[in-house]
Write a protein that binds this ligand. Structure first.
Ligand code: PRP
Ligand code: ZN
Length: 283
């Protein structure tokens, strides 16, 4: 069997969460900051630590079978890779930002201005679609300092907390795209079975994150009203309590409507509600 390779960001916004996700998938590996490749001891997989901007091309060209990278980087490099799964972390947006001292009122104020960026493809498409003609200055990093240095009138860069813009006297002006981390794969990889297995593991971790395990006590008479509020994975488990007329109900509840559900359950007579995190859900 060929060893599968997955590329993740070596350092930066996505590194920590990518490592955490792979560890939660039950993969054992060392996360040495100095090494570029880490073998996984309990799965035929190697982890490559790379610059995020290079990951889509490495996956396309077969140097890695899979990768974790921001959607924005994939669209920028215009590579042919398969989107396997959105990962729900690394959310950010690509924005045009201008110095705090400027008072532009509409997008057309960017006509004839220069914009520094490491994302010329996305920016170019955005400007064309709005009929704006600006000069795009492609640079390789530290974009946020270019207006201060007089290199450009504006910038187009990723914004997550907004801290980088703020500390450089810039403010967001227009949204170009929003992005999050995604799992990508090489089209036509010969390691299809292993890739499938890894995708399943990733999905079971993501599913678990969106769900809580709930145990509650209920009077038998209210059981129907309570179970109607609880779809569970299949249907809730109901266990008799030592006290006559009472049962314990075990189930899972989606994180998104969690508090609404809990107050409905209380109204329906549920007591002693215990909520626990879930590690994995395998369907
Ligand atoms: C992006 C961007 C900014 C920073 C913005 O860098 O270039 O430097 O994140 O984040 P903030 O709004 O939270 O301050 P990225 O992590 O993509 O690293 P890279 O530029 O080295 O690829
Ligand atoms: Zn980057």
């Amino acid at each position: 069997m060929k060893t599968l390779k997955i590329a993740i960001q070596k350092s930066g916004r996505l590194n920590e969460k990518s490592v955490e996700l792979l560890k939660n998938c039950g993969l054992n590996f060392e996360n040495y900051k100095s090494s570029l490749i880490s073998p996984v001891s309990n799965f035929p997989l190697e982890i490559l630590f790379l610059r995020d901007d290079d990951i889509p091309e490495y996956v396309q060209d077969g140097i890695a079978d899979m990768g974790i990278v921001g959607e924005n980087v994939i669209q920028e490099t215009e590579v042919q890779v398969s989107y396997l799964q959105k990962l729900g972390f690394g959310r950010c947006s690509l924005k045009i930002a201008i110095p705090n001292t400027e008072h532009y009122t509409s997008l057309s104020d960017l006509n004839g201005k220069s914009i520094a960026t490491t994302y010329p493809v996305k920016l170019g498409k955005f400007l064309r679609s709005h009929g704006i003609e600006s000069e795009i200055r492609t640079i390789s990093g530290s974009v946020e300092i270019s207006p201060g240095l007089g290199l450009a009138d504006a910038i187009c860069d990723l914004v997550s907390t907004g801290g980088t813009l703020k500390s450089n006297g810039l403010r967001p002006y227009a949204d170009v795209m929003s992005s999050e981390a995604v799992l990508i794969g090489r089209k036509g990889s010969e390691n299809e079975e292993l890739i499938k297995e890894l995708i399943q593991r990733v999905q079971s971790v993501l599913r678990a994150k969106e769900t809580k395990y709930v145990v509650l006590n209920a009077p038998k008479d209210n059981l129907e009203a309570i179970t109607n509020l609880l779809p569970g994975v299949k249907s809730p488990s109901v266990v008799p309590l030592a006290e006559e007329g009472w049962v314990a109900v075990h189930t899972v509840i989606p994180e998104r409507d969690f508090w609404d559900r809990i107050s409905q359950l209380k109204q329906a007579g549920a007591q002693g509600i215990v909520v626990m995190p879930i590690e994995k859900i395998i369907l």
